[in-house]
Design a protein around this ligand. Sequence first.
Ligand SMILES: Cc1cc2nc3c(=O)[nH]c(=O)nc-3n(C[C@H](O)[C@H](O)[C@H](O)COP(=O)(O)OP(=O)(O)OC[C@H]3O[C@@H](n4cnc5c(N)ncnc54)[C@H](O)[C@@H]3O)c2cc1C
Length: 477
Amino acid sequence: MLGYYGSYDVVVCGGGTSGVTAAVAAARTGAKTLLIERTGQLGGQMNFSGPPGFAYAWLFNAYHEQVVGGFADETYKRLLETGHALPHTLTDWRAAYTFSYIDPDWWGLLVYQILTDEKAEMMLHSLVTEVIRDGNTVKGVVVEHPSGRSIVLAKVVIDCTGEGEVCYQAGAEYEIQPKELLEPATVAFTADGVDWDEVLRYVKDNIKDFLFEQARFEERGYTREEVEEAVKNTNNIVDIGEIMGYISLRDQGIKTGEWHGQSGVGFFLMPKGGKILAHFQHSSHVGNADCTDVRDITRAEVECRRLDVIAFNFFKKHIPGFENAYITRVCPETRIRETRRIMGDYKIVYQDIYESRKFSDVIGKSPFVIGNRHAVGNTALVPVNTQRPPDKGSHDIPYRSLVPLGLENILVAGKAISAEWQCHHRFLMETMVTGQAAGVAAGLCAQKGITPREMEKDVSELQDILQKQGAILYGTR
Ligand SMILES: Cc1cc2nc3c(=O)[nH]c(=O)nc-3n(C[C@H](O)[C@H](O)[C@H](O)COP(=O)(O)OP(=O)(O)OC[C@H]3O[C@@H](n4cnc5c(N)ncnc54)[C@H](O)[C@@H]3O)c2cc1C
């Protein structure tokens, strides 16, 4: 039976990083806000099917100027104050992948408190299955949950499902890469019991076997030799960040069949209660999987776990420092890197990022590169036409990329925003930037009785509020 649940100013669908941020931002404008999430856990790929190896990463550009503020910065600072984050790791040779490590589980615990304090309502264990429309105007959603099916009405709906699920249900235009070109899916896991002195010793003694190029150290004026020297001189594993390579051991493992060869050998770091854990988010890569297809996502879930077992056994047996390691968590579901991108009134294109373009309707920034992609194979990252802007700065994200083409009263935030495939805005801090902007915009639209598209004519109030909420819109490269 279909019941009526309620009527809201803003309904946010999906409680990952974009959705939580959007709900908090909307509630802070005074909007009556509901956040609907499929599971009981808020955070999505941050702490449920996550964390990412780098949470947070890329809050800074190559000049080490902070370019991402807002809710990402607010939660980072609150976690730092309570001992659940590490100081920004602005290792001098890192232009890219600067780290601002947080404990993702504590992020998850914190956001329930913030949502409660801001009086944003939550509807958990609830799957949005349909969109209620009047022509092209979205009026609300239908939700399935333990007590049946309900209608939820909204002045503005925000799609934060990661996969653009709600926009898709509403008939939005979208793009998706051919299946064989989509980035692979991964089930991540975390391990404790690592002997970090031994890990560091091995890295230093076999430095040529490790990959540091992802940090784009040349943009900070470093040579590979200087980076190797810096790594040899540190006693803090956190300075290195991602430990990726083990090339000789990997190649040996491929020969003996002990390494699966579907991804590179390495891991990331996670702070936890004063300790550092090893987090494996690239140790299973399952390709040719369109995770909007139930057969593909099921295959990915099974295959990722098979690869994870091989990967962990390989680490225990062959990687110095992991002899006594043990898994503390296997993420409950596969993490999806790439699916649909919802086409909006503006599509972010290659030149926007390459030229660090600035937009008059800027709602936030990102220093992320173009074309850094994962693929199945021996290395973690396969750069496809990877480019950093020659000025080493960051690009603006325009408000119009959150407004789905041809639909009214709906916004999209998170990794499904409107962009070309190589400009996919999937990095976690980007999802919080767009979530915050969508939340404020939706709250303002509800207050003023205008549609998100009408707001495109004048975004000045949106920009003012975002800046008051700590977002960084201007004044950086
Ligand atoms: C393996 C992997 C490694 C990564 N590494 C990094 C990294 O190192 N650094 C980095 O910054 N980023 C990284 N990312 C990217 C980043 O983690 C994600 O892109 C980002 O967290 C996505 O946020 P989101 O809010 O858009 O979506 P999600 O986190 O996916 O949130 C979507 C939420 O919507 C809910 N939902 C979905 N459908 C419905 C529905 N119909 N009804 C109700 N709820 C629904 C889901 O349950 C989920 O909670 C990585 C991603 C992957 C897959």
